[in-house]
Design a protein around this ligand. Structure first.
Ligand code: FAD
Length: 409
């Protein structure tokens, strides 16, 4: 059985919901297919205590506020998922849940999407299957005595066997999980590489506000291959700056980048002090830019001299571990907070670069009628975030409305 729709959106996370809302505004008939439930990844790919990284006034679609959440507070992951579900139901968006697209191909000037319940034919397809599709674990460690899991499977400290935990990766996920574990009384090692760590708040304003003012959300992608920026931020415990000296003061042993593993030992690069120093420079550069902006624009914001005071460097930084003996340190778990990669293996259309990313301009692919939304750096740095996906979706929906008159399916 072939069902025909004008425009098919694949994926019902925030990017798919945003696309549907904008297609509806443009009067474009469409259908969204979501293989699980709306915004499922906010529910089942995130740990229990996760809150949004930005305050509720920011991490939302511009036209709908969170119910019953202080705009300056950080919404919990279930509240975020509920927000998208309610947004979709308030607007009666045509989202079909529990239907996975297993293959997408092009036939003539149409696309055909295969699902378990039949084929869907469409003039346009928007792929909204997420920026973080497949967990990446970079190092093979064969040691049956060690429990290993990726951050997308981590739920809470009680889930892990007794013993110390090595968290690899100190972006927002790794840093936040390390903090949760040490606060729960675990012995924690945290391996960190180069990172940005903007101040949570400065001169009375949240960093998301400052990044907006400083034009950093709108930054275009840097040279291909250097797009990825590890950012350590946290909305947990009311929101605070991710300062690795403070984590060390809580009891976390900081390590440089994790290297190869052999004979029960993990080699650790001698780059910890350098990574901390580069993170500090990034932090201070945001303060400097914010001060310059405030001065240039005559903003009457309170001074914040305490923001420039740092704790002393902990001994784990000045005298770093370069070889980690997992058994001797009592490490029973390795938690890989090492990110995700894309997986478009189900799209049988030659539109991908060697690195697996689609060839496109701001989400409009080289194949007429095929669009991507929600990917990191799709049009700018904000593209994989809630409001960024909203803005990209608005532009793509307008492109679709212009490209193919709605009356022709
Ligand atoms: C730990 C973590 C915390 C984050 N916190 C924030 C934050 O605080 N603020 C913020 O703005 N961003 C945050 N992000 C980034 C981003 O907002 C989320 O990754 C968000 O889930 C991306 O939404 P999306 O709709 O683009 O993709 P997803 O949420 O991944 O949605 C894609 C959907 O597509 C479906 N799908 C996939 N393949 C198919 C298929 N073949 N057929 C049908 N359906 C399919 C999936 O089931 C999924 O529901 C965070 C990311 C992570 C990993």
């Amino acid at each position: 059985m072939i069902e025909t729709v004008h425009t098919l959106v694949i994926g019902g996370g925030q990017a798919g919901v945003a696309t549907s809302a904008h297609l509806q505004k443009q009067g474009v008939p469409h259908l969204v297919l979501e293989r699980d439930r709306i915004a499922e990844r906010w529910r089942s790919w995130r740990w229990d205590s996760l809150v949004a990284n930005g305050p509720a006034w920011h991490d939302r679609f511009p036209e709908a506020e969170f119910d019953a959440i202080d705009p300056n507070a950080f919404a919990g992951k279930e509240a975020v998922a509920d927000y998208f579900v309610r947004f979709a139901s308030d607007r009666n968006l045509p989202i079909r849940e529990g239907v996975a697209v297993t293959k997408l191909e092009r036939q003539g000037d149409h696309f055909r999407a295969a699902t378990a319940t039949g084929t869907i034919q469409a003039r346009n397809v928007v792929v909204a299957t997420g920026p973080f599709q497949k967990p990446v674990i970079p190092t093979v460690i064969t040691n049956p005595a060690i429990t290993q899991l990726h951050s997308n499977s981590y739920r809470n400290p009680g889930q892990l066997p007794d013993g110390a935990v090595l968290v690899v990766g100190a972006g927002s996920s790794g840093a936040q999980i390390a903090e949760e574990l040490v606060r729960a009384g675990r012995r924690v090692f945290l391996s960190l590489g180069p990172h940005d760590r903007p101040p949570r708040r400065y001169r009375g304003q949240d960093f998301v506000w400052w990044l907006g003012k400083l034009g950093k959300w709108d930054m275009k992608a840097p040279t291909p291959g250097t797009e990825h920026i590890t950012i350590a931020v946290s909305g947990a415990y009311g929101g605070h700056t991710m300062d690795f000296r403070r984590l060390a003061a809580l009891g976390v042993t900081l390590l440089g980048r994790a290297g190869p593993y052999s004979g029960g030992k993990l080699q650790i690069a001698a780059d910890l002090a350098q990574n901390i120093a580069a993170g500090d420079r990034n932090y201070l550069s945001v303060l400097d830019e914010a001060d310059a902006y405030a001065a240039d624009h005559g903003l009457d914001l309170p001074e914040d001299p305490g923001a420039r005071e740092f704790l002393p460097l902990p001994s784990c930084v000045t005298d770093p571990i370069l070889s980690l003996d997992l058994r001797a340190e009592g490490i029973s778990t390795i938690l890989w907070a090492t990110g995700f990669k894309l997986d478009f293996g189900w799209i049988d259309i030659p539109v991908f670069r060697e690195d697996g990313r689609p060839r496109h301009t701001d989400g409009v692919s080289e194949v007429p009628g095929l669009y991507f939304v929600g990917l990191p750096w799709l049009s700018c740095r904000g593209s994989a975030f809630i409001w960024g996906a909203w803005r990209d979706a608005e532009r793509l929906a307008a492109h679709i409305a212009m490209r193919s008159p709605q009356t022709v399916a």
